[in-house]
Design a protein around this ligand. Structure first.
Ligand code: FAQ
Length: 328
């Protein structure tokens, strides 16, 4: 099983009959749309589920800087370089808001990072693929940030206050990211035949991994039912994946590119696209740690953390010095 199976103490979704009066009152607040704040009473399993999801999300943001970091020194113009740097910096900011949101639930950032470095924590499968051409910067911004927006817009309305508020700003920044990605693709598609081919190649490599970002199919998603009852998730994995396909196919057509899916076709009755089967074996392998770049990503993150030790110590020494002066 590729799920980390964080032990939340629950083996099935709890019905009202299973719940204590306190849990029932908690569920009623959620059903009314009241935000849960860190100091409110909450079931332990709700807290653990949030720590799991928010920390995975935070890890994804900072590991997600790495494929793009690879292109900062090779961006084709000064303007593209400045935009890429700003985007990568935004991702660090998203990690910061999310680690802070997780910390309100009583976990330390150091403990969460320890889990990441030791390979105990997950982060999004998508960041274990290599970014091998400049067109990949377009495909990542457009498809990866595009998928992230579709997943995260509903999270702005999720039940946990700090997570929902963090998502509002994240989503605004992600829409800038998605537009800059599409702009790179548009420039390539309006360029030489070789440049257009680069764009098609990037689309071919990123399309399916982007669809995997939404997680396993609904029938395989072990966490969805409980998370939806708690309004941590508002839509199922398959629903959000379908939205991604429906939204993106017209954009692909506008670019004059081909969707790398022979089974894709418009379904008049559903008013949505039918599309081919995601390669779930590949997804499971990547999540298990066997994707093309898993080991490299963790090693890079760990080195960055170790190299920053002196700086963190300096910050603490500086803060201690100021505190001592204020106390004197
Ligand atoms: N990769 O039962 P479910 C971004 C795991 S941010 C790896 O369906 P759940 C911005 C899942 O954790 C991208 N693992 O789980 C950016 C669970 O394992 P566990 C990150 C995955 O939580 C752009 C197991 O499979 N976004 O891209 C994946 O209900 C560019 C069973 O799955 C978020 O994290 C996967 N793709 O639904 C940054 C959004 N999918 O924990 C830089 C918040 C599933 O039991 C550059 N997260 N798994 O051991 C969510 O919405 C949810 O957690 C899902 C998964 C939808 C990801």
């Amino acid at each position: 099983m590729y799920a980390q199976m964080v032990e939340t103490g629950l083996s099935k979704v709890r019905t009202l009959d299973d719940m204590s009066p306190q849990e029932r009152a908690f569920q009623a607040r959620i059903d009314e749309g009241v935000k849960i704040e860190p100091k409110d009473w909450m079931p332990e399993a709700y807290r653990k589920t949030l720590v799991r999801q928010i920390s995975q999300h935070a890890h994804s943001e900072i590991v997600g800087q790495l494929p793009e970091g690879n292109w900062v020194t090779r961006a084709p113009t000064l303007e593209r370089k400045a935009i890429l740097l700003a985007k990568i910096q935004d991702e660090a900011g998203h990690g910061l808001y999310l680690y802070s949101a997780a910390e309100t639930l009583g976990v330390s950032r150091d403990a969460l990072l320890d889990d990441l470095h030791a390979g105990r924590a997950k982060y999004s499968s998508i960041f274990n693929y290599p970014a091998i051409s400049w067109a990949d910067m377009g495909a990542i911004g457009w498809l990866v940030d595009g998928s992230a927006i579709i997943n995260q817009i509903p999270l702005c309305r999720c039940s946990f206050g700090p997570y929902s508020r963090a998502m509002v700003r994240v989503c605004k920044e992600e829409s800038f990211h998605a537009r800059q990605g599409y702009d790179i693709m548009l420039a390539l598609c309006r360029g030489t035949p070789e440049q257009k081919q680069m764009a098609q190649d990037a689309l071919n490599r990123w399309w399916w991994p982007a669809l995997m970002m939404f997680g396993p199919s609904d029938t395989e998603s072990v966490n969805s039912a409980q998370s939806m009852q708690w309004r941590i998730k508002l839509f199922s994995n398959d629903e959000l994946r379908q939205r991604m396909v429906d939204q993106t196919v017209p954009q692909i057509e506008y670019l004059g590119l081909t969707v790398p899916d022979p089974d894709l076709k418009w379904n008049e009755q559903r008013g949505r696209y039918d599309f081919g089967q995601v390669n779930w074996d590949e997804f499971h392998e990547v999540v298990r740690g066997n994707g093309p770049c898993n080991r490299e990503r963790i090693a890079t993150r760990k080195k960055a953390y170790d190299d920053g030790q002196w700086f963190r110590e300096g910050l603490v020494a500086h803060a201690d010095k100021h505190q001592a002066r204020r106390a004197a």
